[in-house]
Write a protein that binds this ligand. Structure first.
Ligand code: GAR
Length: 210
């Protein structure tokens, strides 16, 4: 069973899905700790309800990104994480941090990468009149939202959608695909080599596993 550390900033609905799937035996791992840069993150309550250790590391208490990321990495290392799961962690990570956890650092991003890296992805999909939108789980590399995609889920965009209704539809899919990918990793099926993702030793294409 692998040791998982989840890093969050907010609501923690992805965290909840991962906690639930671990408890159900559908992820061969255990969430040992939840770390948040935001003391008010509801995800911390979810972690406490599941008897998981929580740590708040407020970025405002650090003088720069490198110092913060160093403290974050040191905290994660206390738990001997096999897998670090970014689940709505709303900070850009330094190259040093990403390299320290290379190959065991996952993120979920609310768009069909490589489309809409960065913020406000749902509104951008609506503004572009996209017919479909979605989410992507990827390994994290030094390029922001640019690491190899592992799995995507697609949803339709309806004319009457607002960013909130579209986000809700996308997040329902996030809660399906993120635990699945975590389990692929925990069972040794998923690897990153030379910035490419492999499932069962097969190279995963740019749109994720199909
Ligand atoms: C999710 O939609 C996730 O894709 C997004 O934040 C939300 C967190 O929800 N992540 C990013 O935008 C990362 N740049 P949650 O806290 O309920 O899991």
């Amino acid at each position: 069973m692998k040791n998982i550390v989840v890093v969050i900033s907010g609501n923690g609905s992805n965290l909840q899905a991962i906690i639930d799937q671990c408890a159900a035996g559908k992820i061969d791992g255990q969430v040992l700790a939840v770390i948040s840069n935001n003391a008010d993150a509801y995800g911390l309550v979810r972690a406490e309800q599941a008897d998981i250790s929580t740590v708040v590391l407020d970025h405002k208490a650090y003088s720069d990104r490198d110092e913060y990321d160093h403290a974050l990495a040191a905290t994660i290392d206390i738990f001997q994480a096999d897998l670090v799961v970014l689940a709505g962690f709303m900070r850009i990570l330094s190259t040093g941090f990403v390299e320290h956890f290379a190959g065991r650092l996952l993120n979920i991003h609310p768009s069909l990468l490589p489309k809409y890296k960065g913020l406000h992805t749902h509104q951008r999909a609506i503004d572009a009149n996209d017919e479909e939108h979605g989410c992507s789980v990827h390994f994290v590399t030094a390029e922001l939202d640019g690491g190899p995609v592992i799995l995507q889920a697609r949803v339709p965009v309806f004319e009457e959608d607002t960013a909130d209704t579209l986000a809700e539809r996308v997040q329902e899919q996030e809660r399906q695909i993120y635990p699945l990918v975590c389990n692929w990793f925990c069972t040794g099926r998923l690897k990153m080599e030379n910035d490419h993702a492999y499932l069962d030793n097969q190279l995963i294409g740019p749109q994720g596993y199909a």
